[in-house]
Design a protein around this ligand. Structure first.
Ligand SMILES: Cc1ncc(C[n+]2csc(CCOP(=O)(O)OP(=O)(O)O)c2C)c(N)n1
Ligand SMILES: [Mg+2]
Length: 436
C-alpha cells in the first residue's frame, strides 16, 4: 500500500525519524520528474460527474440543481476476495453490517414515533466501511467513530440499545441522558474516544492517543474517520502531518461518500482522489471500494499492522455514497435520483450477501434467512430495553456527562512513560522549560 518507491528498511522507526516515501525517477534519463502511485484495489472506477445547472422558473427566478452524467448503467463489480479473512470472519462482519442497518431502521422508526430527542444520523450504504474497518483493530487499539460509524460501535462491543438510548436521552444511556446522538466514549474498557463535532479535530486527538501509548512503550493503532467535506479543514492537515512526522499509528479512513451535506465532492476538492493527499503528507495512501467489506478490511488490516510495527500513519480513501440525507431532517432532494439508483445497485449488504450465499456458498439460503431473523430478534430486544429505560430524573441533570467525581483514576494505561534519563548532555533551554 506504499507510495511507489518503497522506503528503505531503516527509513522509518518509532522514535520519530521519518522515512520519506520519496519519488521514483520516471525514466533513467529524466531527473526532473517524480512519479508517485496510489494503490487502488477497486474492481470498478465509477465515472460519474455531478455539475450544477441553473434553471429559471416561470417567474424568471433562478434555481440551482445538480445533474449527474456518466455511465449510470455500468455493471456491478464483484466482491474482491480478501487476502486475510476466512469464512467465519466474513460471516461475522456480514452479521455486524446487518445489525448496523437494522439498528438504524429501528432508530428511524423511533424517531417517527416521537421518541428521539433531537436528530438521527445514518450510515446507510456505508456499513461495510464502518464494520470491516473496526473489525481490523486489536482489542488494545483505539478508535474514534464519527456520526456515520454506528456500526463500528457494534463491532467494538457496544450494544444497539446504547446508541438507541443515547438518541432517546434515556437514564441508562452511556451519557445518562445528558448528551445526545453518538457523543459518548469509553476510555476505560473499549478504548473509544468520543466523536468530536468540529470536523477534523479527532485526528490530532487520536494522534495524541498514539503518542501517549508510545511514551508508555506501546505502538498502538488509532483509527478514526473523516468525510470528504471534513477533510478540507485545517486541523485535518495539522493532525495528519503531526502523525506523519512522529510515525504515529493513525489509521485514517477518508469516507469519500460524494456529498458533504449538500455540497458534491466536485466542488469540495480539486484533486482526482483524496488518497492523493497522502503523497503530500509523505505517508501511504490507498483507495478501496467502501461498499466492499473485504477491500475495506484488507486495507485496514495492513494499516493496523503498520501501526503496530511503529511505521506510522496510513490514509485509506473509501469510495462509496451517502445513501440518505445528512441527517433525518434532510431529504437529500438535491441529490440527482439516478445517482441514488446507481449506488443502490452497489448496496454493501446485498453484495456481500450475494458473495457469501451465491458465489462462495459459505451460507445456504436457509442459514442466511436464520441469520437475518436472529439479527432482527436481537434488534427488537435491544429496542425494548431502550424504550423501557426511564428518562433521567431532573435532579440528575447536573451530573457529569462522561464521568463523575472519583469514577475512575486518570493514570497511564500501559505503564509509566518511558523517558530516557541521564543520557547526559541535555541542556534545558528556555523553550523546553516553557513546554513543562
Ligand atoms: C469544522 C466544521 N465545519 C462545519 C461543520 C458543520 N458540518 C457538520 S457535518 C458537515 C458535512 C460533513 O460532510 P462530510 O465530511 O463529507 O461527511 P458526511 O456527512 O458526508 O459523512 C458539516 C459542514 C462542522 N461540524 N465542523
Ligand atoms: Mg461526505
Amino acid at each position: 500500500m506504499a507510495i511507489k518507491k518503497k522506503s528503505s528498511k531503516h527509513s522509518s522507526n518509532s522514535n520519530g525519524n521519518r522515512g520519506r516515501n520519496g519519488p521514483s525517477r520516471s525514466s533513467p534519463d529524466r531527473t526532473d520528474l517524480r512519479t508517485y502511485s496510489i494503490p487502488d484495489t477497486r474492481l470498478e472506477h465509477p465515472d460519474l460527474t455531478v455539475r450544477q445547472v441553473i434553471e429559471k422558473d416561470k417567474d424568471g427566478a433562478e434555481h440551482i440543481r445538480y445533474e449527474v452524467t456518466g455511465n449510470l448503467n455500468a455493471p456491478v463489480p464483484p466482491i474482491r476476495d480478501s487476502k486475510y479473512l476466512d469464512k467465519k470472519q466474513c460471516i461475522e462482519i456480514y452479521r455486524y453490517m446487518l445489525l448496523n442497518r437494522k439498528m438504524e431502521t429501528a432508530l428511524e422508526n423511533l424517531y417517527k414515533q416521537g421518541k428521539v430527542v433531537g436528530g438521527v444520523y445514518f450510515g446507510l450504504g456505508q456499513e461495510a466501511c464502518s464494520c470491516a474497518s473496526a473489525y481490523a483493530l486489536d482489542k488494545d487499539d483505539w478508535f474514534a467513530p464519527m456520526i456515520r460509524n454506528q456500526g463500528s460501535l457494534l463491532v467494538r462491543g457496544f450494544r444497539a440499545s446504547d446508541t438507541m438510548m443515547q438518541y432517546m436521552a434515556k437514564a441508562d444511556s452511556p451519557t445518562r441522558g445528558r448528551d445526545g446522538t453518538s457523543h459518548f466514549g469509553d476510555i476505560e474498557k473499549r478504548n473509544m474516544v468520543s466523536p468530536i463535532s468540529m470536523l477534523g479535530d479527532l485526528i490530532p486527538v487520536m494522534a495524541g492517543v498514539a503518542l501517549g501509548a508510545r511514551l508508555q512503550g506501546r505502538n498502538l493503532a488509532v483509527m478514526t474517520y473523516i468525510g470528504d467535506g471534513g477533510q478540507s479543514t485545517g486541523v485535518t492537515y495539522e493532525g495528519i502531518n503531526f502523525a506523519a512526522v512522529q510515525n504515529l499509528g493513525l489509521v485514517l479512513f477518508v469516507e469519500s461518500n460524494l456529498w458533504a451535506y449538500s455540497t458534491p465532492s466536485e466542488i469540495q476538492y480539486r484533486c482526482k482522489d483524496l488518497a492523493e493527499r497522502a503523497i503530500g503528507y509523505g505517508i501511504p495512501g490507498v483507495i478501496v471500494d467502501g461498499t466492499d467489506a473485504c477491500q475495506v478490511y484488507d486495507a485496514a488490516h495492513e494499516a493496523v499492522e503498520r501501526a503496530h510495527r511503529g511505521e506510522g500513519p496510513t490514509m485509506i480513501e473509501a469510495k462509496m455514497m451517502r445513501m440518505k440525507g445528512h441527517a433525518i431532517h434532510d431529504a437529500a432532494a438535491y441529490v440527482p435520483k439516478p445517482m441514488f439508483d446507481f449506488w443502490k445497485k452497489r448496496d454493501p449488504i446485498a453484495r456481500f450477501e450475494n458473495y457469501l450465499v451465491k458465489e462462495k456458498k459459505w451460507l445456504t439460503a436457509k442459514e442466511n434467512a436464520e441469520l437475518i431473523a436472529e439479527v432482527e430478534r436481537v434488534i427488537e430486544a435491544e429496542r425494548e430495553i431502550a424504550v423501557n429505560s426511564p428518562m433521567p430524573t431532573p435532579e440528575s441533570a447536573e451530573g457529569g456527562v462522561f464521568c463523575e467525581d472519583g469514577c475512575h483514576e486518570i493514570k497511564p494505561k500501559y505503564g509509566m512513560p518511558k523517558v530516557k534519563k541521564g543520557t547526559g548532555g541535555f541542556k534545558e533551554t528556555e523553550a523546553a522549560v516553557h513546554l513543562k
